[in-house]
Write a protein that binds this ligand. Structure first.
Ligand code: TXA
Ligand code: MG
Length: 329
């Protein structure tokens, strides 16, 4: 444990550009066991060599993440991802259509996989994903190792969609952040458990469930209340939380900040509109930046909380409402 704290306290965080030289430097850092944050199409990830136990342990230390919460391993293509897991026909079909892209599949681990057991927190499954972001894939190709990467925020806080968000949470605790620009989806990947015969949705995200079901048939919605073992610890109720208390309602008071959706009059003390035209795709890209901004500005102005309007269900609306529910305290 002491070594972990020592590691956390002595890192001098540098920002690298996402050009060829930046990718090469970031890849070398990853191969050397460093902590490298990088942009993906969903949110920024905090990457480390998934086969290096010490590097993986440093991810948990830097984030303050509970060790029972497993990490996603990232690959530049499906072939490399499927070398570590038992991919059945469903997984291959989904990979053909949705990879690279915001879909994570949980599958049984191959016995020979060198991915460290800490990555899967003792489960016999692995979560694998091929991100769509070009520079992220260039980094994964250059690194040549599977890259374990949770979202690059302090555990429990709002996910980062820019390099500045990453630095706000992790400056001094990681080796570098590769600035890949603002994340274009803005919400984490959809996490789908395919380790059993029934497909189970563990986390709604950037890939729409209806599109997945059109391809592989009905998917069960995971409910923590079902009393089964907690399959995806990321489903823990408190997550993505700003410091100010957040409630969900369509009306806000003058001493509250408002996370709005659609054409609403700007009567709150402080407003961030996810999408004035009511576009869910735009709303997803603006969600985490808005939560961070309202939290910071709201506290600076002495407001007592944030009110978030619910967005319509369906498609990305399910994932946005899921994050809002979790942001409540
Ligand atoms: O879009 C994303 O998925 C981003 C980018 C960086 O790729 N990553 C991300 O990681 O959101 P993280 O750690 O914040 O969320 C990963 C989720 C957690 O809910 C975790 O519990 C779940 O995936 N997970 C990982 N491995 C799992 C496994 N073997 N079985 C079940 N759930 C797993
Ligand atoms: Mg996260």
């Amino acid at each position: 444990m002491l070594a972990g704290w020592y590691d956390v306290l002595t890192r001098n965080t540098r920002t690298l550009p996402a050009d060829a030289a930046g990718v090469a430097q970031a890849a070398a850092l990853l191969r050397g066991g460093g902590l490298v944050a990088f942009g993906t199409e969903t949110v920024y990830g905090l990457g480390a060599d998934a086969t290096n136990a010490r590097a993986v342990a440093a991810i948990f230390a830097a984030k303050g993440r509970p060790r029972f919460n497993p990490l996603i391993s990232h690959f530049p293509d499906a072939d490399r991802a499927f070398a570590h897991v038992m991919a059945d026909a469903r997984a291959r079909k989904l990979a053909d259509v949705f990879w690279p892209g915001p879909l994570t599949m949980v599958l049984k681990r191959q016995a020979h996989s060198k991915i460290d057991l800490l990555v899967s927190a003792g489960l016999d499954t692995l979560a694998v994903r091929v991100p769509a972001h070009e520079q992220a894939r260039a980094l994964l190709r250059a690194a040549g190792v599977p890259v374990a990467a949770p979202s690059a925020n302090r555990s429990g806080a709002v996910s980062p969609t820019t390099a500045a968000h990453v630095l706000a949470d992790l400056d001094g605790r990681i080796d570098t952040v590769m600035d890949c620009g603002p994340a274009c989806v803005g919400l984490e990947s959809t996490v789908l458990d395919l380790s059993g015969s029934a497909a189970v949705l563990l986390r709604p995200g950037g890939t729409e469930l209806s599109a997945i079901e059109a391809l592989i048939g009905p998917v069960r919605r995971h409910k923590a209340s079902e009393g089964e073992a907690l399959k995806s610890p990321g489903l823990l109720a408190s997550h993505y939380a700003p410091v100010l208390p957040l409630r969900i309602n369509n009306e806000s008071a003058a001493d509250e900040a408002l996370l709005a959706f659609g054409p609403v009059p700007d009567t709150a003390g402080l407003t961030w509109n996810l999408s004035e035209s009511g576009d869910l795709t735009e709303a997803a890209t603006r969600l985490f930046a808005g939560l961070r901004w309202l939290d910071q500005e709201g506290r600076a102005r002495g407001l007592r909380g944030i009110v978030a309007m619910k967005v319509p269900y369906g498609g990305l609306g399910d994932a946005i409402n899921d994050r809002l529910e979790r942001a409540r305290k």
